[in-house]
Design a protein around this ligand. Structure first.
Ligand code: NAD
Length: 387
């Protein structure tokens, strides 16, 4: 069975109605051919995905790098044909305020540093794209939102799956109603953490990261919400940690949770730093089942419907990082609506805290009516790339 998940099919089903939501209040930089992005933090994600991703961008361009390692930063700058003046350290970071070449600052630092560097960029008058999770505390996330409001600048959270074609196709299929009511969404998001890798060392420190839940589980929490396009009212969770494993002296290893949604759908999820690398989701609806396995990898994702690969010419693999950088560039230029809002990031923070709270109370129910409603559905505004 191959379903019509083409843009035309689903726009016809009504999801196109939201194509013109309010473009944010921050002044639109119309007329700029490309938008300059400063990348802050030159770790694994920046070096392997983000900086190479600029070559696939059409609206965003690499404008500067910020790093605590000047030698590495100057090498990257040279490779990327940036002037040495476009290399910043953390100490002289605030100087970006007077660099007209930088429009957007992309925060790719360990989670506990997101709030400080986001707020400093906003105070410098720049728009910000911040990696997930938005922060390590709800207080920090709220301060980031307040700083963006005060500065009248955009703050977008880097939820790359909002721009990933197979996830969009799944969302569109569910919005079309073709499969009937959605009953269950299941997500499995985890991997083996490697403490000898500096990128994982800080992830195994509760204060710096939040562990598997905030690193990997966030894809499942966010995924259940964008697949259902509604917000949970109640969460229950369990956790399991082998304290004899030195990786888990400070962070919980395994969380499993379930969440109840107003439509009657139930989402289940698990996350761990001690299972084989998996980023998958599955939806059980009245008339069909969608499986995305892998569903949230950088590439090689696969969507099946009732076991049959969903293959339409409309679904093509893309560079997710290029697409999300282009998206914020277009938001800044007033050409696209903001999709992955900071409030969306805060909602995930609250829900992850609810999971932690419930698990700490042995699975007690935690009410999650935080009043958030996603203003713009990615399925309604982010196109599937043409084949
Ligand atoms: P990383 O550890 O490889 O890189 C972090 C960088 O920050 C390093 O260059 C490091 O030198 C620098 N740094 C500065 N001060 C530091 C300090 N006090 N402690 C540790 N490092 C410090 O991490 P990463 O994998 O590149 O992740 C960076 C961010 O990107 C995280 O927020 C992570 O959640 C996010 N991320 C997102 C995705 C995605 O698919 N969207 C994937 C991976 C990582």
């Amino acid at each position: 069975m191959t379903m019509d998940v083409s843009r035309r099919g689903l726009i016809g089903a009504g999801v196109g109605a939201a194509l013109l939501p309010s473009v944010a209040k921050a002044q639109a930089m119309t007329g700029k051919a490309t938008v300059g992005v400063a990348v802050v933090g030159l770790g694994k994600l920046s070096l392997n995905q983000i900086i190479p991703g600029f070559r696939n961008c059409r609206s965003a361009r690499l404008a500067a790098v910020v790093s605590g390692h000047p030698e590495k930063a100057h090498r990257i700058a040279e490779e990327q044909k940036l002037s040495p003046r476009s290399v910043y350290t953390y100490a002289d970071y605030d100087r970006i305020a007077s660099d007209p070449n930088i429009d957007v600052v992309y925060i790719v630092l360990p989670n506990f540093m997101h709030a400080e560097y986001t707020i400093r960029a906003l105070k410098a008058g720049k728009h910000v794209l911040c990696e997930k999770p938005m922060a390590t505390t709800i207080g920090d996330a709220e301060r980031m939102i307040a700083a963006a409001r005060t500065a009248n600048r955009h703050l977008m959270i880097a939820y790359r799956c909002h721009y990933e074609p197979l996830n969009l196709a799944g969302m569109r299929l569910l919005r079309s109603g073709e499969l009937g009511k959605t009953r269950v969404v299941s997500t499995v998001m985890g991997r083996q953490a490697d403490p000898s890798d500096p990128s994982d060392a800080w992830r195994l420190d509760m204060m710096k990261s939040g562990g598997a839940l905030t690193d990997m589980g966030i894809y499942g929490v966010n995924g259940a919400r964008y697949l259902l396009n509604e917000e949970p009212t109640e969460i229950q969770a369990w956790s399991q940690t082998d304290k004899s494993d030195p990786r888990f002296r400070d962070v919980v290893d395994l969380y499993s949770w379930q969440a109840r949604f107003p439509s009657g759908a139930i989402a289940t999820g698990s996350t761990s730093f001690n299972y084989a690398a998996t980023m998958s989701w599955e939806v059980q609806s009245e008339n069909g089942k969608i499986t995305a396995d892998p569903g949230c990898f950088y590439s090689g994702n696969r969507l099946t419907l009732g076991g049959t690969k969903v293959a339409t010419p409309e679904i093509r693999e893309i560079d997710q990082f290029a697409r999300e950088m282009d998206w914020i560039a277009d938001v800044v230029r007033g050409k696209a609506p903001m999709v992955s809002t900071a409030e969306e990031g805060l909602q995930d923070m609250r829900l992850m805290m609810a999971i932690m709270e419930s698990a700490a109370k042995g699975g007690a129910s935690v009410a999650t009516n935080y009043g958030f409603r996603r203003p713009v559905d990615p399925a309604a505004v982010v196109d599937l790339p043409k084949a």
